[in-house]
Ligand binder design. Sequence first.
Ligand code: G1P
Length: 297
Amino acid sequence: MKRKVIKAVFPVAGLGTRFLPATKSVPKEIMTLVDRPLIQYAIDEARSAGIEEFIFVTSRGKSALEDYFDSSPELENTLRRKGKDDLLKVLEHTNMESGAIAYIRQHQALGLGHAVWCARRLIGDEPFAVILPDDVIAGEKSCLQQMVEAYQETGGSMVAAMEVPYEKTSAYGILDVSEDMGQKVRVKSMVEKPKAEDAPSNLAVIGRYILSPDVMENLNRMKSGAGGEIQLTDAIADELEAGRDVFGFRFRGQRFDCGSKAGFLQATVAFGLARPELHDEFQQYLDELMALKSAAQ
Ligand code: G1P
């Protein structure tokens, strides 16, 4: 019987150098799309998929993240006194039941695989999800929820997957597929950040995973991979070596790479337009901008 996935690991220890100077004092995961920090989108997605235990792998300088999920009595009392029930409601999403959230420090930046391995004692022998908050995915049903449903049929390990242009394969984990079942693919091997000419396909891993606890065992070996880092991709590929199943899952939804400035801006536009209270004003601004641009051409 497949076990329910109730634990998720959020690797949030990165320095966020691509967003300096902002990330000098603000963790990348606290940067906001419209009015919600990236981490809130990740948590909402996890909740929608039935996750009950949230494990953050953090590092020095990330205390703003811990505060974000703490209760804030002063702020809440003030809002209550002023009758601002709508804002109190907004804050509810940031509240976590005590004991549902754990913080682990990654003491050295040794790679994504190492960050996930830091959570091994809290994971134990259960399947678990991993969410990379940089990858923001908009869709009717959340990506992780779709994956949890698919996983109930497949078991094994599963990674979110999406076709990318070949010239971008060197930014992703890339799947070598043995059987394409449409939404699901059976993986025969996977490689981290191959050059286009070495890539077995253009089907890339996106930052959502459901992993067998065996992956933690594989990470114990601390194999150094692409870029000299301990790669999660390699530990999942080791599952295949051991004869266990790994699937790719083509999710429905639009993925934004919020680890890059261009992707972050695109997400800001898309999420801004999706907000009913902002839509008209924002759309009008964009239309004016386009009109100006075509007039200048
Ligand atoms: C990580 C993973 C990579 C995956 C990517 C998805 O890379 O190592 O396999 O394709 O996330 O966003 P990073 O973006 O941290 O370099």
